[in-house]
Write a protein that binds this ligand. Sequence first.
Ligand SMILES: CC/C=C\C/C=C\C/C=C\C/C=C\C/C=C\C/C=C\CCC(=O)SCCNC(=O)CCNC(=O)[C@H](O)C(C)(C)COP(=O)(O)OP(=O)(O)OC[C@H]1O[C@@H](n2cnc3c(N)ncnc32)[C@H](O)[C@@H]1OP(=O)(O)O
Ligand SMILES: CCCCCCCCCCCCCCCCCC(=O)OC[C@@H](O)COP(=O)(O)O
Length: 374
Amino acid sequence: MGLIQWLKGQFLCHLVICYGFFVSGLLINLLQICTLPLWPINKQLARRINCKLGYSLTSQSVALLEWWSGTEVTLYTDPENYRLYGKENAIVVLNHNFEIDFLCGWTFCDRFGVLGASKCLAKKELSYLPVIGWMWYFLEMVFIKRKWEEDKRNFVQSLQNLRDYPENFWFLLHCEGTRFTEEKHRVSMEVAEKKSLPKLKHHLLPRTKGFWVAVQNLRGTVAAVYCCTLNFRNNETPTLLGVLNGEKYHPDLYVRRIPLESIPEDEAECSAWLHKLYQEKDKFQEDYSQTGCFPGPKVTPPCRPWALINWLGWTCLLLYPLCLLLVQLVNSGSILSILATVAFCTAVSVGGRWMIGQTEVKRSSSYGVPLNNK
Ligand SMILES: CC/C=C\C/C=C\C/C=C\C/C=C\C/C=C\C/C=C\CCC(=O)SCCNC(=O)CCNC(=O)[C@H](O)C(C)(C)COP(=O)(O)OP(=O)(O)OC[C@H]1O[C@@H](n2cnc3c(N)ncnc32)[C@H](O)[C@@H]1OP(=O)(O)O
Ligand SMILES: CCCCCCCCCCCCCCCCCC(=O)OC[C@@H](O)COP(=O)(O)O
């Protein structure tokens, strides 16, 4: 193991990274709050500013994936469609099997210039995450409790609000509704059997209501659905902790562009259409597990330097006062100051570990298993 690789695994490096992320995040949250008075005066400007602020936070984790862990992403797609990515609004339908699937998604968003504006249909609990959840509030992310009767009003209204969004965005939908686990798969295949639907091997049965409502409410706003199938070479099981430790992964993403006009308007037909889409996605995953590649030409979208520049900028800006403080601390020799510093470092480290824990499959909720649907 080289020196650099060894350094990437060290607690002190992780502490500095988490410190930069949390402190810059809190400053960004504060700036977002400062945009509140602008919303009633110039909503579109407030939205644009929030996209830039959102970019400044989200892109730090993209920089971590691309520059710290050195992960290389590969895209399989039709070159004709490639030209349109980032130049139109789209609904992204993605499988939900991996702990860093959201991070790989963000990397693609960054490469196509839509990272600041991109959104997701996310479970309500994520809106309470410190820093990142608070940031999403200002980016108009759509949060749901995953109980249709309680969600429908807010869900439809949030989608309607996106009709005049001033930047191109991708709206991510994990139609499976939860991460893949063996138990959730078994239960969802029982549902498939009851509904006389073909069994899926690599996906949970998609829940169709959210997709139908999103398509209906974003007609005229969104040009296409991007059917995205993600997998990792060599059966890698990537984790956010691995990324922080500098482990390099090899994600492959297969993207098919489906014009929105070709998706049925009627709810039952749209549901059947989505089930068929998942059957096709399942076949792509099966082929990938046999051959190690997806169909279609391969391309690596160019990596842009902004995520790295932003990350280095924040790190330099925030390390300077930290170093000054440490020097003063050593010079003063005050026990109280030393204890306060130790408490601060512990809080950053525990906070970072807790946030990473939110992405772990082993901490999944019981949503999608029969005893408790939450
Ligand atoms: C070029 C490159 C392109 C792309 C790059 C890729 C991506 C980048 C894009 C953007 C990134 C932006 C941000 C991402 C950042 C971070 C966020 C990351 C992740 C968040 C993840 C989540 O939070 S996932 C959880 C939230 N999402 C969802 O739940 C969506 C799916 N669910 C739905 O849509 C549901 O329909 C619903 C929640 C809206 C409503 O659900 P509800 O259950 O109340 O009603 P339904 O009618 O849907 O369900 C009832 C029917 O379901 C049947 N049933 C029962 N049990 C099951 C089961 N186990 N499995 C399947 N189906 C089941 C039941 O029988 C009912 O059937 P009926 O026929 O009777 O209706
Ligand atoms: C520079 C970067 C420094 C990194 C330090 C700390 C990083 C913290 C980053 C946290 C990012 C949090 C993004 C959360 C997105 C998680 C997506 C997710 O977890 O989806 C799970 C749900 O779909 C399923 O939930 P359940 O059905 O199990 O209920």
